[in-house]
Design a protein around this ligand. Structure first.
Ligand code: PMV
Length: 403
């Protein structure tokens, strides 16, 4: 039967100027063929076509990292626009390394020809996904010149594919950077670094929402919100205003399970549309973003950790309250959470956790406390991990062009 759970009614939600806009915004209008000039607001530019006979070959080589959200993006509309703003740490050890080669297409009308290798092997599923993505970028006028070329892409991850950590943020941000380098090399556009990274972030977002935050060092903010230049279209960097203590943060990823999750993030975002708590959640995320601005500026590690844990548990509570409900945490995820909290209380050390859309725990702590915390992880937490596996990562300096 129904459970009785709340003695007093909850007070009316505080007023947030952009909240109604965030949750009620309809998808942006489709591309119009009259938009002939470069438009930084949508990054669509049909003029980006080579007019003479195409004979250029070229290449670029990028590494771009994964990221871990502190305030989570969960729920979307339109083409990968978030229902609420989010903020993440950019990582360093978990990255994709991509070599990207292009040559003139033999027959432009045949669609994009792509030879895609993942970890040195042909991979049809990934190849088809990327081919569809490139074709959508031609169709939507983001990179219309792509249909004039054929491609060879060699992609490697620094972490094993079956490690239980998502690779779409690192792979899609790396691909976006390669594509923007191609545009810059062919047309001389995107010469300004800020403009280049904005378009890379925009393109990464079209590939996989959270990937848009990976193109910036340290921390990135994505989504309409109280930050002056924030937008749903691309992420903006926060590294220059966060307190130095957050530059030193570790993220040790405890692998509770390497298995593929049963419900994809795409399906999870979709289920937010029918979730009865969705509006309250979007408002809470908005509130957390405002709160974190002060916390991150001031170096308040304790409040930061409290928000991070609340966000992680809220994300999973949303999954459990979706229709149909589902659970991605596992018994060992809960055992680890309990151990982390006990350790924090007993030692007084600033060890906090967050979770992605999966069972693995991300342990967040500043470098100054690393020695005792690493000893604790080794002795007390690794026995709860699959094959005692832990990926030791930390906040990083963002993508790197290697060629
Ligand atoms: O970018 P997607 O569609 O894989 O969704 C990512 C969602 C979370 O990782 C759970 C949260 C986030 O903001 O990264």
């Amino acid at each position: 039967m129904f459970k009785y759970w709340a003695k007093y009614s909850i007070s009316p939600p505080p007023f947030f100027p952009n909240f109604a806009k965030i949750v009620n915004t309809p998808p942006r209008p489709a591309f119009s063929s009259r938009q002939l000039l470069y438009m930084p607001s949508t990054f669509q530019n049909p003029a980006l076509r080579l007019s003479s006979e195409v004979n250029q070959t070229g290449q670029s080589h990028w590494q771009s990292p994964s990221n871990i959200a502190i305030v989570k993006y969960w729920g979307k509309f339109g083409i990968q626009e978030p229902r609420n703003p989010s903020i993440s740490f950019t990582l360093s050890a978990a990255y994709t390394d991509m070599e990207f080669h292009y040559a003139p297409a033999e027959n432009e009308t045949e669609g994009i020809v792509l030879d895609f290798r993942f970890e040195g092997q042909s991979n049809l599923a990934f190849a088809q996904k990327i081919q569809r993505f490139l074709e959508s970028l031609v169709r939507d006028g983001v990179f219309p010149f792509l249909s004039q070329f054929q491609f060879r892409i060699d992609s490697h991850n620094s972490f094993p594919h079956s490690a239980g950590i998502a690779s779409s943020a690192s792979s899609m941000s790396t691909l976006a950077l390669c594509l923007c380098s191609m545009e810059r090399d062919l047309f001389g556009t995107l010469a300004d670094e800020k403009e280049f990274l904005q378009k890379a972030s925009y393109v990464a977002r079209l590939g996989s929402g959270s990937a848009c935050r990976s193109v910036y060092p340290l921390m990135a903010w994505w989504g309409d919100g109280s930050l002056e230049e924030s937008t749903n279209e691309y992420a903006v960097p926060c590294g220059d205003w966060i307190h130095p203590v957050f530059h030193t943060f570790h993220d040790d990823i405890l692998i509770v399970s390497k298995g593929e999750k049963k419900v994809s993030s795409r399906a999870g975002h979709g289920l937010m549309e029918g979730n009865p708590y969705a509006h309250a959640r979007y408002e809470q995320a908005y509130l957390h973003m405002r709160q974190l601005q002060d916390v991150l500026r001031g170096g308040d590690v304790e409040t930061f950790g409290q928000v991070a844990e609340l966000e992680a548990l809220t994300l999973h509570a949303l999954m459990m309250s979706s229709q149909p409900p589902y659970v991605l945490m596992q018994p060992n995820s809960l055992a680890l959470i309990s151990k982390v909290r006990d350790f924090r209380e007993e030692s007084g050390l600033p060890l906090y956790f967050t979770l992605d859309a999966g069972p693995n725990l991300h342990l967040l702590y500043p470098a100054e406390s690393a020695v005792p915390i690493k000893a604790f992880i080794q002795a007390e937490l690794l026995p709860f991990c699959e094959e005692r596996k832990c990926i030791e990562d930390r906040v990083g300096n963002g993508p790197l062009r290697l060629g």
